[in-house]
Design a protein around this ligand. Structure first.
Ligand SMILES: *Cc1c(COP(=O)(O)O)cnc(C)c1O
Length: 392
C-alpha cells in the first residue's frame, strides 16, 4: 500500500479524487510540468537552491512558539508553527519560490497566477520580481475592488493585474481564466497555481513545496517534546496547501490531523464530489449542480472546492475536517492577540477557534496541540476594526 501522503497513483489520483480533467491542449503542458518537477525535485542542486532562497530570502526555518498563556486559558498545551513570520506574511512564499525556480529551469520567462484575496498574487509577484520573470495575475473584478491594497502591492512589485469579468467575478473565475490563458501561452509561460488543487501534478507538487513546513515542525516538536510529537495537528483549509504542508510532517505518526474549514466554504463538510478546475474533489454546488459561491470572513478560505488529497484523507479517515463560523473566528482573533501578542490572519484564526471550541471536549485536557499559524493578521486589521469597533 502507498504511504500516507506519499506519491499519488497513476494520473495523479488520491484514491477516488484528483486526476487531470483538462482540455487536450493542456495535457502536454501538465505532462511537461510533471516530468520537470520530478527531475528537479530529485536534483540535489535544485533542492539546495530552493532551500537557500527559503533561508536567505524567506526567513526559514520559521520557529515553533510555545504559548504559555493561551495554554493556561484552554487547558491544553498549545504550540504554534509560525508561518506568519515567513516573508510576505504567510506560507505561500514556500510554494511560489519553488515554482519560480521551476519556471526558470523549464526555460520559460513568464508566470501567470490566479488570486482571490490577493495573497497568492502578491506572493507570485514577489517571486517573479526576485527572479526577473514577467508576471500576470488574474483576479475577479469583485476582488480587484475589495482588495485595492493588494492590487497596488502587485503593481508595485512589477506585476500586471488583469481583472476577470466572467461568472461571479471572483476566485473560481480567475482560475478558469488563468487556465484558459495557459492553453495559449504554454510555450513561454508557467501557471503558478496557489494551492494543492487543479490538475495533476499541481496538488502533489504544491504539497511537496509546502512539505518544508511539516518537516521543520516535526523536528522542532521532537526537540520540544523529548522525541515525541503533538497529539493533535490542526490547520485551516482553503484549497488546503498550508494544511497539506504541516500534515505531511506527521502523516506517518499517530497524531490526529484536523483541517478547519470556514462554515460558509466547507467543501468537505457540505460539498459533494464533482469536477472543477481540472480535478475531482468535493465541491460546493447549488441545486442546479453549478459551482456555488463560498462565503467567509476570511477571503483566503472563500474557495468553493478543496484539494483532492484532503478529500482522500477525509474519505480514509486519516484526517478529519470541521467547520467554524465567523463569530468564533473573531473571538479567536482577539484571544490570540491578547494572550500571546500574535495577531493572526483570519484564515489561521479558524484553527485557533476550533481549538477554543474543542479543548476539554474532543481534545482532552493536558493534550499537546500544534496549530499551523498560516499567516499574520495585518491584512485583516482594517476589517476587524469595522467588525469589532467599540467592542474593544
Ligand atoms: C491563502 C491562505 C490560506 C488558505 O490557503 P491554503 O491553500 O488552504 O493554505 C490560509 N492562510 C493564509 C494566511 C493564507 O494566506
Amino acid at each position: 500500500m502507498a504511504a500516507v501522503m506519499g506519491e499519488p497513483g497513476p494520473q495523479g489520483r488520491f484514491g477516488d479524487f484528483g486526476g487531470r480533467y483538462v482540455p487536450e491542449s493542456l495535457v502536454e503542458a501538465c505532462d511537461e510540468l510533471d516530468r520537470e518537477f520530478r527531475s528537479a525535485w530529485a536534483d540535489p542542486e535544485f533542492r539546495e537552491e530552493y532551500e537557500r532562497i527559503l533561508a536567505d530570502f524567506a526567513g526559514r526555518p520559521t520557529p515553533v512558539t510555545e504559548c504559555a498563556r493561551l495554554s493556561e486559558e484552554l487547558g491544553v498545551r498549545v504550540l504554534l508553527k509560525r508561518e506568519d513570520l515567513a516573508h510576505t506574511g504567510s506560507h505561500k512564499i514556500n510554494n511560489v519560490v519553488g515554482q519560480a525556480l521551476l519556471t526558470r529551469r523549464m526555460g520559460k520567462h513568464r508566470v501567470i497566477a490566479e488570486t482571490g484575496a490577493g495573497q497568492h498574487g502578491v506572493a507570485t509577484a514577489t517571486a517573479a520580481a526576485l527572479f526577473g520573470l514577467e508576471c500576470v495575475v488574474y483576479m475577479g473584478e469583485v476582488d480587484v475592488e475589495r482588495q485595492a491594497l493588494n492590487v497596488f502591492r502587485m503593481r508595485l512589485l512589477g506585476a500586471e493585474v488583469r481583472p476577470v469579468a466572467s461568472g461571479s467575478r471572483t476566485l473560481k473565475d480567475a482560475v478558469n481564466e488563468a487556465l484558459r490563458e495557459w492553453v495559449a501561452t504554454v510555450e513561454t509561460t508557467h501557471y503558478c497555481l496557489g494551492s494543492v488543487m487543479g490538475p495533476h501534478p499541481f496538488p502533489w507538487m504544491v504539497r511537496e513545496l509546502q512539505r518544508v513546513v511539516g518537516t521543520e515542525a516535526n523536528e522542532q516538536c521532537r526537540r520540544l517534546l523529548d522525541g515525541g510529537h503533538p497529539d493533535v495537528v490542526v490547520a485551516c483549509v482553503g484549497g488546503g496547501s498550508n494544511a497539506a504542508g504541516i500534515f505531511s510532517g506527521f502523516a506517518d505518526t499517530d497524531a490526529q490531523l484536523v483541517g478547519v474549514e470556514a462554515a460558509g466554504g466547507a467543501a468537505i463538510g457540505h460539498g459533494v464530489p464533482g469536477v472543477v478546475h481540472g480535478m475531482k474533489s468535493y465541491l460546493l454546488q447549488d441545486e442546479a449542480g453549478q459551482v456555488a459561491e463560498a462565503h467567509s470572513i476570511s477571503a483566503g478560505l472563500d474557495y468553493p472546492g478543496v484539494g483532492p488529497e484532503h478529500a482522500h484523507l477525509a474519505a480514509t479517515g486519516r484526517a478529519r475536517y470541521e467547520p467554524v463560523d465567523d463569530a468564533a473566528v473573531l473571538d479567536a482573533f482577539q484571544l490570540l492577540s491578547r494572550t500571546e501578542g500574535i495577531i493572526p490572519a483570519f484564515e489561521s484564526a479558524h484553527a485557533v477557534a476550533w481549538l477554543m471550541r474543542e479543548a476539554g471536549r474532543s481534545v482532552p485536557r493536558g493534550s499537546t496541540v500544534l496549530i499551523n499559524l498560516s499567516g499574520r493578521g495585518d491584512k485583516d486589521a482594517a476589517q476587524a476594526m469595522d467588525l469589532l469597533g467599540d467592542r474593544l
